[in-house]
Design a protein around this ligand. Structure first.
Ligand code: SF4
Length: 349
């Protein structure tokens, strides 16, 4: 296994992950969006397979240069709900705390692709982090703090421990949830020091693992998840439904069973967001609904995630059901948010 991540087009070419003639398009993408493939992920890729589902998640292609009119820089509407750097306060009882905007891998379909990476929103300064924690402290209705970004598990164990200790001093915060890809893309980071850091302060900790294909759950990844669960950390999953990667009943079936077998409760199956240059990953809501219906006929309820749409503009998440979506799919949906307000969803079918 390589000792460090691939981060440039030249390195992708050397690794045989970009075909001859596609370098220029990849370089054009890389001018705007970061590249990173960890050794653990590079190892899983079959370079001879042009449809490899791991490569498709991390290797830039010309398709990312196509932007459609419904796509937007902030697809789930973080910015209107950002009262100060690092905080997104969309729902009364929970906030996002975005300490870093760096990830160990850069997913080509990322919903925050305009905010993450070296050209993104950066890392909170000590003063900004302190102000963000003061905001949480002052808003006594906040029950859950969700560490996201970027990937919070790229932080050192020392910095994570400090954040966990600070959160532990806020009595109304009962739950700390950490959204991360690290247990699968860089499993060795989940070591004793990292686990000790997550347990500092004694809050109830959930790790929401982002994985999209069963091959990501390699033996080292399963061991990393086992270390977390054995330490008393609850794990749930989040998966993005992606054309060409997991829009297939067999793949989804295996992925959800693999989560459950590894003590990770399937939580979210996200319909892909309207991030710039990601149209090639999007399937229709109708196709997604058909897949979820079929999943329900095959799998134990334990294996069924909620199929979720983040309403563009920051109006929150809804479970995609016939009740929440109205209108003519050929003309665009009308979506009802959790407060009962309706919004257009501009993608047809
Ligand atoms: S790990 Fe998450 S935040 Fe980072 S690039 Fe992937 S989807 Fe985006």
């Amino acid at each position: 296994m390589a000792s460090r991540s691939i981060t440039t087009v030249d390195e992708l070419v050397t690794a045989g992950l970009i075909a001859a003639g596609e370098e220029a398009a990849a370089a054009a993408v890389a001018e705007h969006y970061a590249i990173a493939v960890t050794p653990a992920m590079a190892d899983l890729i079959d370079p001879s397979d042009p449809l490899d589902p791991i490569a498709a998640q991390f290797v830039p292609t010309a398709a990312e240069l196509v932007r459609t009119e419904e796509e937007r820089d902030d697809p789930i509407g973080d910015r209107p709900f950002t009262p100060l750097p690092g905080i997104v306060h969309r729902y009364p009882d929970r906030v996002l705390l975005k300490v870093v905007h760096v990830c160990p891998v850069y997913c080509r379909f990322c919903f925050r692709r305009e905010m993450v990476g070296p050209q993104g929103d950066g890392t909170l300064t000590a003063e900004q982090l302190s102000a963000a924690l003061d905001y949480v402290r002052a808003n006594t209705g906040i029950w859950e703090v969700i560490l996201t970004g970027g990937d919070p598990l790229v932080l050192s164990a020392r910095r994570l421990a400090e954040i966990m200790r600070q959160l532990a001093t806020i009595p109304h915060v009962k739950i700390v949830r950490i959204h991360s890809r690290v247990p699968v893309v860089d499993p060795e980071r989940i070591d004793a020091a990292m686990i000790d850091a997550l347990k500092q302060g004694g809050k109830t900790v959930y790790v929401a693992l982002h994985a999209n294909h069963p091959r990501e759950l390699s033996a080292p990844a399963r061991n990393a998840c086992a270390r977390l669960v054995d330490a008393g950390i609850v794990m749930v999953s989040q998966t993005v439904l992606l054309k060409g990667i997991n829009d297939d009943m067999t793949v989804l079936d295996e992925l959800m069973r693999t989560f459950v077998e590894n003590r990770i409760k399937p939580y979210y199956l996200h319909h892909p967001d309207l991030a710039p240059g990601t149209g090639h990953f999007r399937l229709s809501i109708k196709e997604g609904q058909a897949l979820v219906r079929a999943l329900r006929t095959r799998l134990s309820g334990l294996c069924i995630p909620a199929y979720i749409l983040d309403i563009p503009g920051g109006h929150g998440k809804i479970e995609i059901s016939e009740r929440a979506l109205a209108g003519d799919p050929d003309a665009g949906y009308c979506v009802t948010d959790p407060q009962g307000n309706t919004h257009p969803y501009p993608v047809k079918k």
